[in-house]
Write a protein that binds this ligand. Sequence first.
Ligand code: AMP
Ligand code: MG
Length: 434
Amino acid sequence: MTSIFQPLSCTDDYDPDSLHVDSARALILDLIRPVSGDERVVVHQALDRVLAEDVISPIDVPAHDNSAMDGWAVRFGDLAGSDQTAGETRLKNIGTALAGKAFAGKVGPGETVRIMTGAILPQDADCVVIQEVARVEDDAVIIPPGQQRKQNTRRAGEDLQAGRPAIATGKKLRPAEIGIIASLGIGEVTVRRRVRVALFSSGDELCSIGTPLASGEVYDSNRYTLWGMLTRLGCEVIDMGVVRDDPVALEAAFREAAGNADAIITSGGVSVGEADFIKQLMARLGEVAFWKIAMKPGRPMAFGLIQPEDADGLKAHGAWLFGLPGNPVAVMVTFYQFVRPALLKMAGVDPVPPVPAFSVRCTEAMKKGRGRTEFQRGILFQENGEWCVRPTGAQGSGVLRSMAEADCFIVLEHEREKVGAGDTVHVQLMSGLV
Ligand code: AMP
Ligand code: MG
């Protein structure tokens, strides 16, 4: 065990040959630090970027007390009473307040102003009576009893207050935050630079698109699913293609990747049969742990730090390596469980949110191995108004169709035993993952 993993050897339950999914994720997140570097971008380019500064509101939003409804601005004290048994109140209509065109005067005793949604509340008015309940007779407005002080009004600053943080550093900007930034009149924000991820597939059996398959070969699909997942996460992807199972070629690829990227993702080559020669190579390149994670699919995985060629202080430290298994479904499952939260942390997302899981009824029985977490692929559907899940067909770790057909993972926890038809299971929605 080398230095970055030193703290792990003190952890009671650290067993690299049978690591709980939650422990592996926690160990990775504990070591990863956000990348440094940021840039200014205009609001339209800030979507899905990670905020590198607090956005401080320069103004109150809304800027003034205003009406939440179309109706009549009144002085609550003028009304006969809030009690339903009190009588009606007759007020004199003295003008109109429109959104963007305020009423210039003030509302005196016995007076009212016609007001539209978003219009500034005229001076001395403190209550809006909706137009549906008021009656107009000539220039008199009849207000029924039962009104409340401040009803149908919005206070200045009730959404955002001048001088206070409106959005905190570390937030990944979604359409709602983009809207908030615009509502403050801010045109540019500072965001973290994108995380650079180098990517290659390893395996002598891999064939690239455009070349006919020879006997025993498969097309390299992992590089494409990984590219898709990384792009969705907002990473800058450096695609290094396929690298042969050859120590010289692999060493050169790892060195180059470590020199250019914050993280390296490989697929294949970490299963038991291949790990030995990779292990020797890794021992020269950096500090890498080879884990057997108690999960299905995705048992073998390598994680560690790879140094670039000239590691003499030119770069603070190398690139984090995620050596994923070769099977296409295992690649996606391990990416979502381990690489995604790690890349979010590297990107500066703070806090990294846990992926929510929901309880639903599973309509089919499922086998489950003991002492491991399983990520079966499921399809959600409604039955008599209740959301239910069923597994997709074949669940082999090479059956990528099971991912394409699925809209959720059925997460069968470590301790869980078999699932009977009708039992409750936890699901994680795929659409929320990226
Ligand atoms: P490995 O982990 O290298 O032993 O590979 C396990 C399985 O995944 C083998 O059947 C490989 O052919 C397959 N595999 C490995 N890499 C890829 C890839 N890039 N694209 C598609 N399948 C792959
Ligand atoms: Mg291989």
